[in-house]
Design a protein around this ligand. Structure first.
Ligand code: NAG
Ligand code: NAG
Ligand code: NAG
Length: 718
């Protein structure tokens, strides 16, 4: 723009034919072109800076650093060996896209210290730590740990070696004086203000910093762990979450040892300094410099998430969930992975029916990232009924150790959770010897499988799934676990471009309007659906099993009652204890979740007091007063329309009431002065079916209380 004002001539061709070149014209033209040139260069510099910024703060570094590159496996064999080898640290290597046809009779990962591969070596166990003959690999990532006592510095080569034929199928050489990646101590932080100091800042891996013996008085208004580029700290750096993963301003430390992880996308290669910094006052409290050309281990969490130890893999929900497996003798190894939120589970197992996917009777593994313990869990489940686990009657969808005669038979090998991507590796015996809770796996025969994704409840147990295989939508998936040829039909789930859109966290969904009941003393309670993403779970913030109380035709209404008045409950939630999925006696308690029958010894103790619906005979609870015939609000069309409608009223239009013969249970309840202001109507057998009762004092009572208060204040005044 500026240049065009300076160069009017450029748009008008100078008249060369006249040969009367004016010197000014030449000068102006020169200036003009110089200016254009300078502008162009500035533009290029700006572009470069922008690009540089992007590569510094982009994902590229983080998603490709596997350690120090050693080279490609030399493909000198007929067994199609290939792969790129990286040194992870002194004792581990990572092979990207490893392939091997598996045809050698006696082949191992093999390493030694002679000049080139020969019989003087030792076996490196495979990704799962097994010293077994190698099977086939097909473009899989492999992470190998050297046996105890061995280091990369002490070996000269790693080979795919066939012992019986003393044949090298492919190898990589390790240079003499090899310097493997290792943690680097950046030195102490010498504090500049607020009592800040640390005896060492150590880079543990590309994303993890260990701060030793950290002090800070916690008094600054706006201090953070900050990282950035340039030669000294400045407020445009990026905040690093503290050791509790919080990005709030820093609290005080007195001699703490803490681990920090750089925020998403950032590695230590992208930063020039780390420090404690007060943003408002632009004040540096103390920092350390991060050198260039770091030779540090890759982010271990990320690396583990990239490992694919099994050749057989099947996509279950495209972009969301897949299962890999391998049978070795009497054991079967599984890797279950998927895109889920914390506290959301992946479940995979054998169907309850050999013909079709059937949840009832299924034997499944449930895995999830437990935010309470910050760990990945794998739990052996049996789905006896389509209901929440009710261990007192050995019914529902329960962990095997809570079923009659069952036990946990899954052994977890590893698990990790990173950026919404969950992966668990576990194994079991093909025949567990736990016939009450497990099915046998016959590796050469086809078995029908089931799979689901859903939330875990406050007891860390699987609640009702959000998605699963249904007969309507999917053909049954059948797997013969040992079938040859094995095939891999999976693509990496752990990439940022895969977006898990179909699973929403129910808790985050906007709730329907909470319904209320007041001015009536007849309350009729029946069972009905929980209202999908916007019903029970969204309203209460608690995890639903898919069913809930409907009172006077409303989904979990808030019931307003007055002390001293009589209320009659007419309950139609089922009275046949042998059918636990339809046995829902109602009772009133101060416990938010109910399900008191699951742990009768806790009933009527603080935190789970009982106000009505359960009677006690010599301390033994009896839910009969609240157990009547079974009535259920069912979907008219057989399909839950919860996510298509905007209110409970509209939802109810899609339902119809279906009652079994028999008579309802009827009990009366009179809240009194001892009743707390908030109690709950709940189900005796299952947790999280009911909701609040707000207890208020009648006008008279409030009036008299007020009067007393006024009298007391008057007395005090006197
Ligand atoms: C080296 O890397 C392996 C693989 O991630 C890991 O198991 C091991 O703990 C690391 N060693 C050290 C000393 O950190
Ligand atoms: C692989 O999976 C995709 C979708 O999950 C499916 O469409 C395709 O048929 C599968 N291929 C094989 C060879 O099983
Ligand atoms: C409430 O019920 C009790 C017995 O169930 C009865 O004795 C009492 O008179 C009732 N009170 C009112 C106000 O109806």
């Amino acid at each position: 723009m500026v240049a065009s004002n300076w160069c009017p001539e450029t748009s008008i061709k100078p008249d060369y034919s006249t040969r009367s070149f004016l010197p000014q014209t030449v000068a102006r033209l020169t200036i003009c072109y110089l200016l254009v040139l300078i502008m162009f260069q500035i533009l290029i510099l700006l572009l470069l800076a922008l690009l540089n910024f992007h590569s510094t703060y982009g994902q590229h570094h983080a998603s490709h650093y596997y350690g120090k590159y050693l080279g490609s496996l030399s493909p000198n064999s007929v067994h199609s060996v290939k792969g790129k080898v990286y040194a992870v640290n002194e004792t581990a290597i990572f092979i990207e896209d490893f392939s091997y046809d598996g045809a050698g009779p006696d082949a191992y990962f093999w390493a030694g210290s002679s000049p080139s591969p020969d019989i003087n070596g030792f076996i490196i166990p495979d990704s799962l730590g097994r010293y077994a003959v190698l099977k086939g690999y097909s473009n899989q990532n492999v992470l190998l740990n050297l046996p105890k006592g061995r280091t990369l510095q002490s070996i000269r080569w790693i080979s795919i070696w066939c012992r019986s034929f003393t044949a090298d199928f492919g190898h990589i050489k390790i240079p003499a004086n090899f310097d493997p990646p290792k943690p680097i101590n950046l030195g102490p932080i010498k504090g500049l203000a607020h009592g800040v100091s640390a005896s060492a800042v150590i880079i543990m891996d590309a994303k993890t910093l260990f701060i030793k013996n950290l002090y800070y008085d916690g008094a600054a208004p706006d201090a953070f762990f900050l990282v950035g580029t340039g030669n000294k700290p400045h407020p445009r750096g990026q905040k690093v979450p503290d050791e509790t993963n919080s990005l709030e301003k820093l609290h005080g430390y007195s001699g703490a040892d803490i681990w920090l992880r750089l925020p998403r996308g950032l590695t230590v290669m992208d930063i020039d300094w780390f420090g404690l910094y007060c943003i408002t006052y632009r004040e540096d409290f103390g920092n350390v410099r991060v050198p260039k050309n770091l030779n540090v281990p890759p982010d271990y969490v990320f690396l583990e998430s990239k490992v694919e130890p099994f050749m057989s893999c099947l996509t279950i929900f495209p972009g969301l969930m897949q299962i890999s497996w391998e049978v070795r003798d009497q054991e079967i190894f599984f890797q279950l992975e998927g895109k889920v939120e914390p506290n959301q589970y992946l479940a995979f197992g054998l169907s309850g029916s050999s013909e079709r996917p059937e949840m009832i009777g299924a034997d499944v593994a449930v895995t999830f990232y437990d935010t309470l313990t910050s760990s990945v869990q794998v739990v052996d489940y049996t789905l006896k009924h389509k209901s929440q686990c009710a261990p007192q009657s050995y019914s529902g969808a329960c962990p095997d150790d809570l079923t009659l005669g069952g036990r946990q038979d899954l052994i977890m090998i590893s698990g990790n959770y990173l950026n919404g991507y969950l992966k668990s590796i576990y194994k079991r015996n093909i025949i567990t010897g736990d016939p009450n809770a497990d099915q046998d796996i016959l590796p050469d025969e086809y078995a029908t499988i089931v799979a689901a994704i859903g939330p875990v409840n406050s007891r860390r147990q699987a609640a009702y799934h959000n998605i699963k295989y249904t007969r309507a939508n999917d053909l049954p998936i059948r797997i013969a676990f040992n079938k040859i040829p094995l095939n891999r039909n999976c693509s990496s789930l752990n990439t940022d471009n895969v977006i898990s859109s179909s699973i929403r966290s129910p808790i985050k969904s906007r709730a329907w309007k909470q319904e209320k009941i007041r001015d009536t003393n007849i309350l009729r309670a029946q069972i009905g659906p929980a209202g999908g993403d916007r019903g029970y779970t969204a309203i209460t913030g608690l995890q639903s099993w898919g069913i809930a109380w409907w009172v006077n035709g409303k989904l979990i209404p808030e019931i307003v009652v007055q002390r001293g008045k009589n209320y009659t409950f007419i309950v139609e939630g089922g009275n046949d204890p042998s059918n636990q999925a339809q046995y829902h006696p109602l009772y009133i308690t101060d416990n938010r979740e109910g399900g008191g029958g699951q742990d009768p010894s806790m009933l009527d103790t603080p935190g789970h007091r009982v106000f009505a619906g359960v009677s006690f005979n010599r301390g033994v609870p009896d839910p009969n007063p609240g157990a009547g015939r079974y009535c259920e609000w069912k979907h008219r069309s057989g399909i839950d329309r919860a996510n298509e409608v905007d209110s409970v009223e509209e939802y109810k239009e899609t339902l119809r009431l279906d009652c079994k013969p028999g008579s309802p249970a009827i009990f009366t309840w009179t809240p009194d002065d001892k009743t707390p202001d908030v109690v709950y109507y709940q189900c005796y057998t299952h947790r999280n079916l009911g909701w609040k009762i707000l207890v208020s004092s009648s006008f008279k009572l409030t009036y008299s209380l007020n009067l007393i208060a006024i009298l007391i204040s008057l007395l005090l005044l006197l």
